[in-house]
Write a protein that binds this ligand. Structure first.
Ligand SMILES: [Zn+2]
Length: 112
């Protein structure tokens, strides 16, 4: 594979995990309200707003996890605790944890 093919695959995987995969999570775990569950999980992408406080805002050679405030290990511990609540909070927790997993894979799965 050429470098640009790898870059394409990486970007594709990233957006697939961020935008498409939550549809499956919603359908499997929240079948009755899957559209609402999906929208809530999409909304958890707002945690990336913490990047605004970093410079540069986006740096592909930097791991978001453990760097930005809402991507810190403390924050992830809080997201984990939110899983024990019922209803929408749990959906938010799943969305946030899955977001962290996506960012983690995005940095660790590829050679850079
Ligand atoms: Zn992120």
């Amino acid at each position: 594979m050429t470098l640009s093919e790898i870059a394409f695959l990486k970007t594709f995987t990233h957006y697939f995990l961020h935008l498409v995969f939550p549809v499956f999570i919603a359908l499997v775990f929240f079948r009755k309200n899957w559209k609402k569950a999906y929208l809530i999980m999409l909304a958890t992408m707002l945690v990336d707003l913490d990047h605004i406080f970093a410079s540069p805002v986006f740096d592909p050679s930097r791991n978001s996890i453990g760097f930005h405030l809402l991507h810190s290990y403390y924050a992830i511990a809080v997201y984990f605790l939110l899983l024990f609540f019922k209803g929408n909070i749990r959906i938010v927790a799943i969305g946030l944890l899955f977001h962290m997993l996506t960012d983690f894979l995005d940095f660790n799965l590829w050679i850079h």
